[in-house]
Design a protein around this ligand. Structure first.
Ligand code: AMP
Ligand code: ZN
Length: 114
């Protein structure tokens, strides 16, 4: 999608601090980190929100979690623990409409989330 912020990041039209990339997934540091480690893991395919995920996207969506595990190992917090979050829709706080898995670590994360 031409006017999607995260599609532009994948293309390199907007700079990002990349932490991981494979054929399906791109991951980068969140510009407004809310934890010592805060990354966004996104599919290279444009999918706006969970509501739009199709049966055929199941493998792509699963790759986001494989990437999360790989990043956690690379960054050294796999054993300590981490949280993944995907917001869907405005009430959940979704502000960028290209699905993204937040990966958070490096501090105590309270439950339930706000
Ligand atoms: P959400 O509120 O779940 O839609 O998350 C969107 C996230 O994208 C927020 O945590 C923002 O800080 C982050 N974000 C927005 N623009 C950029 C950008 N240019 N580079 C990195 N992260 C961004
Ligand atoms: Zn997009």
């Amino acid at each position: 999608m031409t006017d999607c912020l995260f599609c532009k990041i994948i293309k390199g039209d907007i700079p990002s601090d990349k932490v991981y990339e494979d054929d399906t997934v791109y991951a980068f540091k969140d510009i407004n980190a809310v934890a010592p480690h805060h990354y966004l893991i996104i599919p290279k395919q444009h999918i706006a929100m969970i509501n739009d995920v199709q049966d055929g996207d199941a493998k792509t969506m699963g790759r986001l979690f494989v990437a999360a595990k790989n990043i956690a190992k690379q960054q050294g917090f796999a054993e300590e623990g981490y949280r993944t979050v995907m917001n869907c829709g405005e009430a959940a706080g979704q502000t960028v409409f290209h699905v993204h898995l937040h990966l958070l670590a490096g501090r105590d994360l309270s439950w339930p989330p706000g």
